[in-house]
Design a binder for this molecule. Structure first.
Ligand code: SAH
Length: 258
């Protein structure tokens, strides 16, 4: 593949070149569905960043590490119950093949610590991440322990596989990488950046079906705009997310020495 012009995507079948380090954020994804990647991350901002080497992607098909003639990756759970469990030996062999890849070892799982903006920022500061996507009922507990995988959850719901969770998590990280978003300001004022949800946004037309734009926003008075946005962000956060609001108030009190 032409390293300069092609997207920085590698399938496991292609050898990882020794000078494979692009300097960008290196995502390594272990999955039973490598075709799902880069998927939506091949388009728009993330896609441009992939093409220009801001980040790179290596996917491994976990099935390639199955040893029996049926290439089985899963089996029935000991103790009974429904569904199938991914075999520890197969997943471990896949992880052994990416020991040289940088970053924390993550397993997307509803039991994990909830992914949030702080974790996205921390991951963006890493050289990359190795991401294991589960299927069926999930991974055998022993490979999670043996490989010290960090379980990361997207939220309190159950997906049919880790892939959409991995894509969402990677999206949150990639847009924080230097050079992906244009204005750094855009990032600074977003939801969660100051522990608040975002204030309401308006654009043209000024009057849309009788709904007008708040006057302060068209006043040209920057300090007033800023104060209005802060008040709105606080109101929205207080109303919608008491958990975030309580934390914000605590931090504010602390900062003000109360
Ligand atoms: N039996 C599991 C659910 C398995 S869902 C349980 O009850 O906890 C199959 C796979 O989808 C999981 O292995 C995981 O990789 C992925 N997955 C499902 N929900 C997820 C979530 N909320 N966050 C991250 N990954 C999730």
């Amino acid at each position: 593949m032409d390293e300069r012009s092609g997207p920085q995507v590698e399938r496991q079948s292609e050898a990882l070149s020794s000078d494979g380090a692009t300097g960008g954020w290196q995502a390594t994804v272990l999955t039973l569905f490598p075709e799902m990647f880069p998927g939506p991350l091949g388009l728009s901002l993330a896609g441009k960043a992939l093409n220009s080497g801001v980040w790179s992607l290596k996917t491994l098909d976990i099935r390639d590490f199955a040893r029996d003639k049926h290439r089985s990756v899963d089996d029935t759970p000991f103790g009974g119950g429904t569904g199938m469990v991914m075999r520890p030996d197969v997943v471990d062999a896949a992880l052994a093949a990416v020991e040289d890849r940088p970053g924390p070892r993550l397993y997307l799982s509803p039991r994990g610590r909830r992914f949030d903006q702080a974790r996205a920022k921390a991951l963006a500061a890493e050289p990359g991440a190795v991401i294991v996507c589960g299927r069926y009922e999930g991974l055998d507990e022993r490979v999670i322990a043996a490989r010290d995988l960090e379980e990361v959850s997207l939220g309190d719901f159950v997906l049919s596989g880790g892939e959409p969770a991995a894509l969402a998590m990677m999206d949150a990280v990639i847009r924080l990488l230097p050079g992906v978003m244009g204005a750094a300001d855009g990032l600074a004022e977003e939801s969660f950046e100051e522990g608040l949800l975002e204030y309401p946004l308006y654009t043209q037309p000024r009057d849309w079906n009788g709904r007008t734009v708040p006057e302060v926003l068209t006043s040209g008075h920057h300090a007033n705009v800023k104060a209005w946005r802060r008040r709105e962000a606080e109101t929205i956060t207080r109303e919608r997310r008491p958990d975030l609001w309580a934390r914000y108030c605590r931090n504010k009190d602390q900062a003000e020495g109360r």
